[in-house]
Design a protein around this ligand. Structure first.
Ligand SMILES: Nc1ncnc2c1ncn2[C@@H]1O[C@H](COP(=O)(O)OP(=O)(O)OP(=O)(O)O)[C@@H](O)[C@H]1O
Length: 448
């Protein structure tokens, strides 16, 4: 293993020799003044420095040493600087420590003690460097935007990393707002198609009669209003990734056409006669239980198997251990920055409420809830009331959390539906969930 580099900044030739000799376990570089020290630092980037504060031209003062210390730490904040001081230097040593020096050692040198101090510093520097490297790798990863420490969710991320390089069709299963599109985008970024387009379409958001031409495009005059030839979304994703969200909601007739595309990899625009070859990676998602849709005759079995080459099930937020508070803090930082608010934090009861809440609208509900609270809250504390969440402690007679959550969920849903006059879209918006989620919740609670 190569020796670790250590820079000795010392103008006394005798001490230079002594330090070289006692620190022979290190690759020692020696500088006699600030300029030559900076040159060696730039060239060798040593993680460890021992330094005399009295350097020429101010050998009797500390101005050169302190200035060098600041320059070292500004360029490489993890560098561990150990100040070698005389016993009259106390004030300057304190100043150096305040400026960020790691430690000090009093002359005359005690070689064993100094080696011990340097060893400790070397260990700390190595750990810090390793952490920084890990964070950098994480920040550079296309999945960096996914905040989670839940083992189930992390497993899904690892699977995305594994399958990204293949051309297999991927089906993402998970409730509304749990991050399906975010993962699909991450998968695209990790694939070798990342320099081509990622095109997404939500099958539930587009009326059935328009979806076909959205997907496959149309020729001029194909139907009333088709005034010009328009390529479809699949074609626009040529070479890239095509993300079909809420595939479970696609009508049967269109499912047949999609299956044909998956088998033959050619499309025909509506009203067109020629076949166009398209090379895209397909990623699909749904919040529905697709197998039950197959059993009910609402989803083609052959398409189901075709899409299920790789299936990744994303856990809902309520099942992710520790993630709700982690995400809440993440969104608070983000929205504080974008809204120009500083010093805002959750109080204890808000954090308890965040943990206890069921988050039926998953991460999207959380994101909306925190944005609202950051904008609306007065003072420096975000309370449970700012979040619009009930206090976490359930009543004595209602100690079961699931029952309490169900009851709270039912109450706010009824309230939102009442306030919106039965308008589902408005009620869903108030609740911070998508329409399909609200429909699912209404079914769950038997609300018609
Ligand atoms: N783990 C996460 N970390 C950070 N942000 C997240 C995470 N999961 C989701 N988000 C954010 O939450 C919002 C909803 O995520 P996304 O649109 O990917 O969910 P979805 O499952 O595709 O929803 P839907 O089924 O309703 O389309 C997005 O703004 C996304 O960036």
């Amino acid at each position: 293993m190569p020796k670790r580099k250590l820079l000795v900044v010392e103008d006394d030739a005798g001490l230079q020799k002594q330090l070289r000799w006692s620190l022979d376990g290190y690759d020692v570089l020696v500088a006699g003044d600030r300029e030559s020290a900076l040159t060696l630092l730039r060239r060798h980037q040593p993680g460890l420095v021992t330094m005399d504060l009295g350097l020429p031209p101010d050998a009797d003062g500390a101005s050169e040493g302190l200035a060098l210390l600041q320059q070292i730490l500004a360029g490489a904040p993890d560098t561990k600087v150990i100040v070698l001081s005389g016993n009259r230097d106390r004030a300057n040593v304190l100043k150096a420590i305040t400026l960020g020096a790691y430690d000090f050692h009093q002359k005359p040198l005690d070689a064993d003690l100094l080696r011990l101090v340097i060893e400790r510093a070397a260990f700390l520097q190595q750990v810090q460097q390793e952490n920084r490297r890990m964070l950098q790798i994480q920040a550079d990863s296309p999945l960096a935007g996914i905040v989670s420490r839940d083992p189930g969710m992390l497993k899904v991320c690892r699977s995305v990393e594994k399958v990204a390089g293949s051309s297999a069709t991927v089906l993402l299963l998970g409730a509304s707002g749990c991050g399906k599109e975010l993962l699909a985008r991450g998968l695209h970024q990790l694939s070798n198609r990342h320099d081509k387009r990622f095109v997404a379409i939500n099958c539930a958001a587009i009326p059935e009669h328009l979806l076909e031409s959205e997907l496959f495009g149309h020729e001029k005059g194909a139907f009333t209003g088709a005034v010009r030839q328009t390529p479809g979304k699949i074609e626009l994703a040529q070479g890239g990734t095509f993300f079909l969200d809420e595939i479970g909601d696609m009508a049967l007739a269109l499912q047949a056409k999609l299956l044909r595309f998956l088998q033959e990899r050619v499309i025909e625009r509506v009203g067109g006669r020629s076949e166009i070859a398209v090379d895209v990676r397909i990623v699909c998602a749904t919040h529905r239980h697709l197998k039950s849709r197959v059993d009910e005759g609402l989803f083609r079995e052959d398409l189901f198997y075709r899409l299920s080459e790789i299936v990744l099930a994303i856990p809902p937020l309520r099942e992710r251990v520790g993630d709700s508070v982690l995400l809440a803090q993440h969104f608070k930082h983000r929205f504080c920055a974008s809204e120009g608010r500083t010093g805002l934090h959750f109080n204890a009861e808000a954090l308890q409420a965040i943990e206890a809440h069921g988050w039926p609208g998953n991460v999207r509900e959380m994101e909306n809830c925190i944005r609202r609270a950051v904008i609306m809250c007065e003072g420096s504390q975000i309370t449970a009331a700012d979040l619009g969440l009930a206090q976490a402690v359930p009543a004595e007679d209602d100690i079961n959390l699931r029952t309490a959550r169900d009851a709270a969920e039912y109450r706010v849903m009824v309230k939102a539906l009442a306030r919106s006059g039965g308008n589902i879209a408005r009620a869903a918006e108030m609740l911070g969930v998508s329409r399909p989620t609200l429909y699912d919740l209404m079914n769950h609670h038997g609300i018609k």
